[in-house]
Write a protein that binds this ligand. Structure first.
Ligand SMILES: Nc1ncnc2c1ncn2[C@@H]1O[C@H](COP(=O)(O)OP(=O)(O)OP(=O)(O)O)[C@@H](O)[C@H]1O
Length: 268
């Protein structure tokens, strides 16, 4: 995997999102530094998924801005945001058909110049382009631990392997910013540790930024450079994992202020 991509900063500034009387995000600001692993955490209903939906163009803000380098994202359609290099995985795996290779090639479509018709006609330059894409996709499969499963139907994979397909498919878009939605939910302890290592090695190799929503606080604290904490739609804390773990506001949000124990264990 080659490094050296030019990764812009993501700046979320004073973002508010409302749904019929409910304020899901209330003046939220945070910055994801280029090449960092940044976690977005908070109790259920804190606004994490809403933030992801704003960043990927699914929800519109009532006010505030989201800038990725020079680009303002809040008015852009999801495909335009994807084209800027922001790729997202989902909490619930949505792949069931085709092989691992087929699913990863789907993640490639935003980068494929050849349209449907020219692909169908199998013109020589298209075949060359397809071959190059397939080589890159295989490289990404190897890198994410799916090399041996490349031609295996996704329906035959374990749950843990499918989570890796989700990650690999997002990487096939060659993102500058990867949005990971609960990448270890449903995985056992060994699979969780392995996924965390893969995400870290992807970041190290590609130099991209990672914004991760995850409930496993132990894992978040080990793998993140920076953490932003939301509660009831507000940013209540932010900083390094050490700073956030010691912050009384965070402890109160998670534990109702019943103890001053550091936040570091899995919360559900
Ligand atoms: N499309 C929507 N319509 C109405 N309310 C919504 C919508 N999406 C989210 N909300 C509300 O916004 C608030 C924040 O929800 P959100 O899903 O962003 O929280 P979360 O931190 O991702 O929670 P969880 O950890 O449970 O996934 C909640 O009160 C939720 O019910």
């Amino acid at each position: 995997m080659s490094a050296g991509i030019d990764v812009p900063e993501l700046r979320v500034h004073d973002v508010t999102v409302r749904f019929a009387g409910l304020t899901a995000l209330d003046g939220v600001s945070f910055t994801v530094a280029p090449g960092s692993i940044h976690a977005l955490v908070g109790p259920n209903g804190a606004g994490k998924s809403t933030t992801f939906n704003v960043l990927s163009g699914v929800y519109r803000v009532a006010s505030g801005s989201v800038r990725f380098g020079d680009a303002e994202l809040t008015a852009l359609a999801p495909h335009r945001i994807a084209a800027l290099g922001i790729a997202r995985t989902f909490q619930n795996i949505v792949l069931t058909r085709g092989t691992v290779a087929d699913n990863l090639m789907l993640g490639r479509h935003t980068l494929t110049r050849a349209g449907f018709l020219t692909s169908a006609l199998r013109l020589p330059h298209v075949r060359g382009e397809q071959r190059a894409h397939r080589e890159r996709v295989r490289e990404i499969a190897d890198f994410t631990g799916l090399g041996a499963r490349f031609d295996t139907p996704v329906s035959l994979l374990s749950y843990g392997e499918r989570k890796r397909v989700e990650l690999a498919r997002a990487l096939c878009m060659e993102p500058k910013l990867l949005l990971l939605d609960e990448p270890v939910a449903g995985l056992n302890t060994a699979e969780r540790a392995a996924m965390a290592r893969t995400v870290a090695s992807v970041r190290d190799a590609l130099g991209l930024s990672v914004l991760i929503v995850e409930h496993d606080m132990g894992l978040v604290m080990r793998m993140s450079d920076e953490v932003t904490v939301l509660d009831f739609g507000r940013r209540i804390s932010g900083g390094t994992p050490q700073q956030v773990q010691r912050d009384p506001a965070v402890i109160a949000a998670y534990l109702g202020g019943a103890t001053d124990a550091p936040v570091g264990e899995e919360t559900r």
